[in-house]
Write a protein that binds this ligand. Sequence first.
Ligand SMILES: [Zn+2]
Length: 83
Amino acid sequence: MRKPLSIPCIIDGCRRSIGHAAALKRWGYVPSEYICQAHWSRLPKRQRQVWARHQRLERKFGVAPKPEASRRVWSALCRRAGL
Ligand SMILES: [Zn+2]
C-alpha cells in the first residue's frame, strides 16, 4: 500500500518512493513526479545536466522561465529511465 505523503518513483513497477519531508530536504520543494536514485543513475550524464540547468533557472527566477521546455525535458527523462 502506498504511504501517504510520499511520492512514488515514476517508473512502472518500481517500488521506491520519497517522503515529502525528504524531498523538501533534498530539493527545497515537493515535486509532483519523482525518479528514484536507481533509475536516475541510469540516465546519461548529459541529459541529467540539461535537467539540472532547467532546475537551476527555475530556482533563480522562482518560476520556470520555459515551463514547456522543462516539461519536455522531464518527460524525456522519464521515458529514458523506464527503458
Ligand atoms: Zn525507480
